[in-house]
Design a protein around this ligand. Structure first.
Ligand code: CP
Ligand code: NVA
Length: 292
């Protein structure tokens, strides 16, 4: 049985095939409108979500399938009964399950039961659906990923870990800019790879980048006190001046305006965040077809 838990679980050929399929779905959605007839997608949310919730639901419905959304607390996921028993029960009714959960190990363990295909819709460790759909956006906006220089400015978090896994696969240039305190704390955890550099100096990281990415300074479930480390790490027009002339700005959203990104940049022509959000749907449709 196949699952979609982390980018690193796949090889380049498999990821390219998902992106090709997503492009086909985007170009000709009608061709895929019956692919999930009589199928049911379940979604368990233990954390808030707008894009993941709506893009999975509409994407699956557009392929003829039916979606059931389960709030982790209303089903007592792991509390009213064990996680395993919930999954085994769901497998009697539904064909595929997306989980957004705080504990990555739980998602991994549940997928190892192999009772139904499971998609990681964000965990404390990673956000593979986001980064794979960002690959589609990057390829549409900039062309071949291998030729790009991407600069991440912000936290060492779930989205960045998936981005690093993607970098290890495609070997594009990746500059990771983390505030000194965050860098010190995480440097030993960051994989050493060719074309992957880590710094705390924005100016060095962003130089000639084709794409600058950021994300919330404090991820869901984390303590707000972390924010103090990021005061000089906002991505704004001044930061973008040192990037390549046609550089794009990306953010998985939700954005905290005038914290990690200035409103001016988020609303500018350099920002591709809305198309980025839209592409979530096509890539997730392709992931689902791949798993089913
Ligand atoms: N980017 C993303 O996953 O958005 P949501 O948290 O709103 O689903
Ligand atoms: N790093 C963010 C991503 C939200 C889509 C979080 O986990 O809250």
């Amino acid at each position: 049985m196949k699952h979609f838990i982390d980018i690193a679980d796949f090889n380049l050929k498999q990821l390219d095939a998902i992106i090709r399929k997503a492009k086909k779905i985007k170009k000709n959605p009608k061709e895929f409108s019956k692919k999930c007839n009589n199928k049911t997608l379940g979604m368990i949310f233990q954390k808030e979500s707008t894009r993941t919730r709506v893009s999975f639901n509409t994407g699956f419905s557009k392929m003829g399938g039916h979606c059931i959304e389960l709030n982790a607390s209303s089903i007592g996921f792991g509390r009213r009964e064990s996680h395993e028993d919930v999954i085994r029960t769901l497998s009697q009714y539904i064909d595929i399950l997306m989980i957004r959960n705080d504990d990555h190990d739980i998602i991994k363990y549940l997928s190892s039961l192999n009772v139904l295909p499971i998609i990681n819709g964000l965990s404390d460790y990673s956000h593979p659906c986001q980064i794979l759909s960002d690959l589609l956006t990057l390829s549409e906006k900039l062309g071949k990923i291998k030729k790009q220089k991407i600069c991440w400015i912000g936290d060492y978090n779930n989205v960045l870990r998936s981005l690093i896994e993607l970098q290890c696969m495609y070997n594009f240039k990746l500059e990771v800019v983390l505030p000194k305190e965050i860098l010190r704390k995480n440097i030993s955890k960051i994989i050493k790879n060719k074309n992957l550099n880590v710094t705390n100096i924005i100016h060095d990281g962003v130089k000639n980048a084709n794409c600058v990415m950021t994300d919330a300074w404090v991820s869901m479930g984390e303590n707000n006190s972390k924010k103090r480390h990021f005061k000089n790490y906002q991505v704004n027009k001044d930061v973008m001046k040192n990037a390549s002339k046609d550089a794009i700005f990306m953010h998985c959203l939700p954005a905290h305006r005038d914290e990690e990104v200035s409103s001016e940049l988020l609303d500018s022509k350099q920002s591709v965040v809305w198309e980025q959000a839209q592409n979530r749907m096509f890539v997730q449709q392709a992931i689902i077809l791949n798993l089913l």
